[in-house]
Ligand binder design. Structure first.
Ligand code: SAH
Length: 474
C-alpha cells in the first residue's frame, strides 16, 4: 500500500489554498463541504470562489504567495498553473511540516485526494496512488450506481441511536448482531422507501423489544475455492464479512483471506502436509468453544469442505455438542484446475466418467485398488498426489493402464502463478523431476488431457527439456 486512507476532520481548521481559478474552485468546494476554513491566495480570484470561501468563514487575499501564510495551517493545496511556484510551495510546506497537495503532481504531495463516493456520514475514498486516476474514477462511478443514495439517511438515523444501543447491549457481539438485523431488516427498507419517520419509530421499537442478550454462536463451514478470490460464492463472501473469528488452513489464499471482515480474528490451524498447526481434534474443539462464546465462526477451507477436507468430522463434533452450523460449498480443485488448465474432465469421445481419488497412499487400510482405477474412458483426478506421483504412475501402469496415457500436473491452480506440466505416464515422473512444480498440485490422468493443447487459456505451461532417451520412451 503506497498511501493509507485516513479520514481527516477539517471542521473549523485552517487551510491554505494557493490559486484562484477553476481547479482551486473545485478543491474549495470539497474542503468547505467538510467544514474547513479556506484561505485563498492568488493574483486573481474567480468571483464564485471568493464568494464560496467567504460564505464558509474563510478569506481571500489577492496577491503573492509567501511562506509566512503557511503558519497555523493544517493543510496547503497548491492549485496554480505555475510549476515553479507549485514546487516552491511543496518545499516550503514540507519544511514547515504542513501537509501539502499539489494538484496533478503526486510527486510534490504528502497527501492526495481520493475519488469520493459521498453518502455522508458514509464516505468512500478511492485512490490509485496517483498512477491511474481515471481507473479510480471508473470504480467510483460503479460504486455510485451500487450504493443507494439513502445510505446517507440510514447512516444519520442509526448514528442518533448509537448511544442507546450501546447502553442496552453490554457486549459487542450483541451490538453487532443487533445492528446487522437493523441493516438487513424493515428499518433499512423503510429508509430506502423514503419513510424516515416510520423507520425511526421501528428502530426505537426494535431497541425497546430486544433483550440485550448476546446472540448464540454458530459455525459456518465455508469452501474458499482453489485460490482465485473471484471463484468464491456470494454466500461465502457474505459470511466471511460477518465473521467474528475465521479459522483457516494453508490452502486458503491470501487474496481470499483478505476478504474477511477487517476486525475478525484470523486463526491459522494448519495444514501443509504433515505440518499441522493444530491437531484435528483440537480444531474441532476450538470451533465448539468459540461458538459457545457467542461468536460467529467461519471455518474456511480450501476448495470444497466436503471433498478431501475433513469437513464431515468437524461437523460431527459440532452436532454432538449442539452447536448450530451451516455448510457452504466451494469450487473444488478438480473443477477449478481443469477449467483453468483447459482440460474438460469428461468428453463424449474420451471419458464418460471422472473419479476424484486421494493420492495419499500411506495407510494400508486405504490402499488404492489400481485395477479398478485403470479402466478405459475414465478421467482420474488425484488430490494430494504430487509426492506420491511415482507410486501412482507405477500402480496404474502395473494394473495395465497404457503408459502412453496423457497426464497433467496442475500446480497452484487458478492462482497467478499457476503452471501446467503435461506428459504421459511413461515420462511424467522424469518431467516433474526436471520441472519441480510446487504444490498444491493436482494430477489429471486420461485422454482428455490432450485437449489442453487447444483449450489452454490461463497461466503458464511449464517448460521442460526432456533428455532424448526419455522422449523416445514416450
Ligand atoms: N477440499 C479441497 C481439497 C483438499 S486436499 C478441494 O476441494 O479442493 C488438498 C489437495 O487439493 C492438494 O494436495 C491438491 O492436490 C489439491 N489442491 C487444492 N487447491 C489446489 C490448487 N489451487 N491447485 C492445485 N491443486 C490444489
Amino acid at each position: 500500500m503506497e498511501y493509507i486512507p485516513l479520514f481527516f476532520d477539517l471542521k473549523d481548521r485552517s487551510i491554505l489554498l494557493v490559486g484562484g481559478g477553476e481547479v482551486a474552485l473545485r478543491k474549495a468546494r470539497l474542503l468547505t463541504r467538510a467544514g474547513a476554513k479556506v484561505e485563498v491566495v492568488a493574483l486573481a480570484v474567480d468571483p464564485e470562489l471568493s464568494e464560496l470561501v467567504v460564505a464558509s468563514g474563510g478569506s481571500v487575499e489577492v496577491g503573492e504567495y509567501h511562506p509566512v501564510q503557511l503558519k497555523g495551517k493544517v493543510l496547503v493545496v497548491a492549485a496554480t498553473d505555475n510549476d515553479m511556484l507549485n514546487r516552491r510551495i511543496s518545499v516550503d510546506a514540507k519544511n514547515a511540516s504542513v501537509q501539502v497537495n499539489v494538484v496533478d503532481s503526486p510527486e510534490l504531495c504528502t497527501f492526495i485526494f481520493p475519488a469520493i463516493v459521498d453518502r455522508s456520514p458514509i464516505v468512500i475514498g478511492i485512490s490509485s496512488a496517483g498512477k491511474a486516476p481515471v481507473l479510480a474514477r471508473n470504480l467510483r462511478a460503479k460504486l455510485e450506481t451500487l450504493i443507494p443514495q439513502s445510505y446517507s439517511q440510514l447512516g444519520t438515523l442509526v448514528g442518533r441511536f448509537r448511544k442507546q444501543v450501546q447502553a442496552k447491549f453490554s457486549h459487542i457481539n450483541g451490538r453487532r448482531a443487533f445492528w446487522e438485523s437493523v441493516f438487513e431488516g424493515p428499518v433499512a427498507e423503510k429508509v430506502y422507501a423514503g419513510q424516515l419517520d416510520e423507520a425511526e419509530r421501528l428502530l426505537a421499537q426494535q431497541i425497546e423489544q430486544s433483550d440485550g442478550q448476546q446472540p448464540t454462536g454458530e459455525v459456518y463451514l465455508v469452501g474458499a475455492g482453489p485460490g482465485d478470490p473471484e471463484l468464491l460464492t456470494f454466500k461465502a463472501l457474505r459470511l466471511m464479512q460477518q465473521a467474528d473469528v475465521v479459522l483457516y488452513d494453508a490452502l486458503v489464499s491470501a487474496e481470499v483471506l483478505d476478504l474477511c471482515r477487517r476486525d475478525a480474528d484470523l486463526i491459522f490451524v494448519g495444514k501443509r502436509r504433515s505440518n499441522h498447526a493444530l491437531a484435528q481434534e483440537d480444531i474441532n474443539q476450538l470451533l465448539v468453544d468459540l461458538a459457545k462464546q457467542g461468536k460467529r465462526v467461519v471455518r474456511l477451507k480450501g476448495g470444497d469442505p466436503f471433498i478431501f477436507g475433513r469437513g464431515g468430522e468437524e461437523l460431527e463434533t459440532l452436532h454432538e455438542q449442539g452447536v448450530p452450523f451451516q455448510v457452504v460449498p466451494g469450487i473444488t480443485a478438480a473443477s477449478a484446475c481443469s477449467s483453468y488448465a483447459g482440460i474438460p474432465l469428461t468428453h463424449r469421445d474420451y471419458a464418460q466418467s471422472v473419479r476424484f481419488v486421494t493420492g495419499q497412499l500411506k495407510s494400508r487400510k486405504n490402499a488404492l485398488d489400481f485395477n479398478e482405477l485403470a479402466v478405459e474412458n475414465q478421467t482420474l483426478v488425484f488430490y494430494m498426489g504430487l509426492h506420491t506421483l511415482p507410486d501412482i504412475v507405477s500402480g496404474l501402469v502395473g494394473a495395465g493402464k497404457d503408459s502412453a496415457t496423457p497426464i497433467a500436473i496442475v500446480s497452484k491452480g487458478t492462482c497467478k502463478d499457476q503452471q501446467v506440466l503435461t506428459g504421459t505416464l511413461a515420462n511424467i515422473v522424469e518431467r516433474q523431476n526436471l520441472a519441480q512444480l510446487p504444490g498444491p498440485a493436482l494430477l489429471i490422468v486420461g485422454e482428455v488431457v490432450k485437449l489442453q493443447e487447444k483449450l489452454a487459456w490461463f497461466g503458464e505451461q511449464a517448460a521442460v527439456e526432456l533428455p532424448e532417451y526419455i522422449e523416445a520412451v514416450a
